[in-house]
Design a protein around this ligand. Sequence first.
Ligand code: CTP
Length: 412
Amino acid sequence: MLTGKTVLVGVTGGIAAYKAAELVSLLVREGTVVRVVMTAAATRFVAPLTFASLSGNPVACDLFAPAAGVHAHIDLAAAADLVVVAPATADFLAKAAAGLADDLLTTLLLACTRPVLLCPAMNTNMYRHPAVRENLARLARLGYHLMEPDAGRLACGTVGPGRLPEPARIVEHLAALCPRRDLAGYTVLVTAGATREPIDPVRFISNRSSGKMGFALARAALERGARVILVSGAAEVEPPPGVELVTVDTAEAMRSAVLSFAPECDLIVKAAAVADYRPARVADQKIKKDRERTLELVRNPDILQELGASKGNRVLVGFAAETENLLESARAKLTKKNLDLLVANDVSRADSGFGSDTNLVWLVFPEGPPQELPLMDKRLVAERILDEAAGILAGRRPTGSGLTGATDGHNH
Ligand code: CTP
């Protein structure tokens, strides 16, 4: 997967800098072109010559070094297919989170439009410090990919999270981020976030969906070359730039948007948490506390089921949020809604489902055994879902067409 790609490895000044040497050597063995950029502090731990010897390329350390050229930060960023910073120190994370550009590495990050993976490594107390947590949360919102450090005995003697993950795992993570173009020529519609069903002008019924899973799917589909329509309810995260964004409020509005775009779509992924019920009447004025106390509810249409009933050649992926009998309920939903894939989500755990950055899911198919994915970042879950969807789409492509454009028999 990484063969032939150019990976820029940023090394910052922490004790784990020595492990970056193994990372570079593994990447070179994968057939990757590796360019190493070191911060000044990193050179206090490992000599640039080590990385130059392992990568076979000169190591860049200085924004102002004349030998690197005046546009080194732009050129290095443009040449890279992927960037990884390992280890990423607390100081580096703070700078990147603030958008500072006071050395070569921080500057080229701002110029970079490719996926960037940050691998924090530091003392456990530093890693748990609210300032570091805030910086990590901001970096995630800015679109950086983050790898959790391993827990264990650290160089300083502390036991806890903060260790740089094994280089082989970093390589695996990078391979998963490597932009594939297997959705080029396809139109993908993703729904995300929570619908809001108004009760009166100030109140509504909604749910805890953050939009993170749906937005990760939209971003990943875009990176894989698709035209992406994102129909979003309320969400806590910024929509990825480059998608066609349609914001909606209620389940009815989501239904109209989805059904109007559906004929243009090859793949529809329904990650949104749609309210199953809405108030039968929406009060014109704010309801006073001494008035009504009973809320009459009526059923909302099941958008996914409607799509399944007139599916045509489209690939349909649904989600199921469950707190019990996960697989049994998932299978029933897959059949009832005529889906190609159902992503069953255990929302009873704190590290999975609503609001969290990670997800623990099963992929359930119409045939064959379900697949359990390990607990992983929602962006990697998105990639795995799209791997399966792209496989199904490729199987539906008329044989021998060999085309990738809009006229190759897709459902346009
Ligand atoms: N869904 C939808 N329209 C609805 C309700 C749900 O399109 N009115 C879609 C969701 O986007 C999701 C899937 O259906 O992809 C499953 O939703 P889930 O939360 O599991 O609930 P339900 O199918 O409504 O089933 P139940 O409430 O019985 O668990």
